[in-house]
Design a protein around this ligand. Structure first.
Ligand SMILES: NC(=O)c1ccc[n+]([C@@H]2O[C@H](COP(=O)([O-])OP(=O)(O)OC[C@H]3O[C@@H](n4cnc5c(N)ncnc54)[C@H](OP(=O)(O)O)[C@@H]3O)[C@@H](O)[C@H]2O)c1
Length: 319
């Protein structure tokens, strides 16, 4: 089968389309024919070598971990799924293997659930990482009825899920974004929109119960003045600074700092799928690309530039 691989860390030029052996399902695993796979910032971070403590230095590596597709075969001890089922899910980003930018992939049954029929394969592939991350970020910040929420990076992959999810919980959402994102976040239900190219959201003297820096461009200490007395700040970038802020505020501050460390699960996927099935949350597909080397390099380049509007999705034909 064809798969995107690379044999060294580097720029987008290291990405290749290779012929690799068809995957074979082991115990508790299934092989899926990939119909769509979406790009996440972690994909280019791993390729660039900035995550090699987690990703390791063994090659070849594949790219992509979000996908939707059709179950082709099941290994021993697979229950609840069968060949022909349409599924979506998230593989481990750090596992050595062919990734989801490939004609087929291997998933454990805990990593996938049935795709809601109302969603296209492209929409379903756009959802797992960004949707589960938005869900868990809002939970970390204890968002509920009447919560005043500031979302930085509101028009990014996570933000476009977080806005309708926060509105569904009854929150008042202030969205920070720029350019074409402004109209989109308004349409998704943001109550207030701040164009970050015209105003500095950190200088606007408002108070929030939660500041979610989805774009990971600030710090707890830079945002502390925006937080209500028991407010929560969340950053999506696990690192020495953000983890230290989390520990420090756990001990010494009523205002808390949290760091998102996504724990994907079939349960979270089910929950996300249920919201998408009834249209409460709708994945936003920005652009669709075919499986060829120029397109895949373009997807990595656009994501790395950091201003994507709607998910970048690789789409593959049925056969
Ligand atoms: N820790 C975890 O478990 C976890 C899980 C998922 C994602 N993440 C991380 O979360 C981050 C966001 O992911 P994503 O999928 O939403 O990324 P994305 O789709 O690339 O969106 C990034 C957003 O950041 C905004 N942005 C860029 N520069 C900015 C700046 N200087 N100030 C304010 N906003 C800025 C962009 O908006 P403009 O168009 O306005 O520039 C864009 O909407 C990534 O770093 C990703 O790796 C972490």
């Amino acid at each position: 089968m064809r798969a995107v691989t690379y044999t060294q860390f580097g720029g987008t030029e290291v990405l290749r389309i290779s012929d690799v052996a068809d995957p074979v399902a082991g115990r508790g695993e299934l092989v899926a024919r990939v119909r769509a796979a979406s790009m996440n910032p972690l994909d280019w971070k791993i390729r660039a070598g900035t995550m090699n403590l987690l990703a390791g230095k063994r090659f070849p590596k594949g790219t992509g971990f979000d996908f939707s597709g059709v179950v082709e075969s099941c290994g021993p001890e697979v229950v609840g799924l069968k060949p022909g089922d349409e599924i979506f899910g998230q593989l481990s980003p750090f596992a050595l293997g062919s990734g989801t930018f490939a004609e087929k992939c291997i998933a454990r049954t805990t990593q996938v659930v049935l795709k809601p029929a109302a969603l296209s394969f492209a929409e379903a592939a756009a959802a797992p990482c960004a949707g589960m991350s938005a869900l868990q970020s809002l939970r970390h910040c204890q968002i509920g009825q009447g919560s005043r929420v500031l979302l930085i990076g509101a028009s990014g992959g996570l933000g476009l899920f977080a806005i309708p999810m926060a509105k569904r919980l009854g929150a008042q959402v202030t969205a920070v974004c720029s350019g074409q994102g402004i109209d989109l976040v308004r349409r998704l239900g943001a109550d207030v929109v701040i164009d970050r190219q015209k105003a500095n959201p950190l200088a606007l003297g408002q108070e929030y119960d939660a500041v979610l820096d989805l774009a990971a461009v600030s710090t707890f200490f830079a945002c502390r003045h925006l937080l209500a007395p028991r407010g929560i700040y969340l950053n999506t970038m696990p690192g020495a600074g953000t983890l230290w802020s989390q520990c420090w505020t756990a001990l010494f501050s009523a205002r808390k700092a949290r760091v998102l460390m996504l724990k994907p699960s079939a349960r979270a996927l089910e929950e996300l799928g249920a919201m998408m099935a009834i249209g409460e949350v709708r994945p936003r597909v920005g652009r669709i690309f075919p499986l060829d080397v120029d397109s895949v390099r373009e997807m990595h380049r656009l994501s790395q530039d950091g201003h994507v509007l709607g998910k970048l999705v690789l789409e593959l034909p049925a056969n």
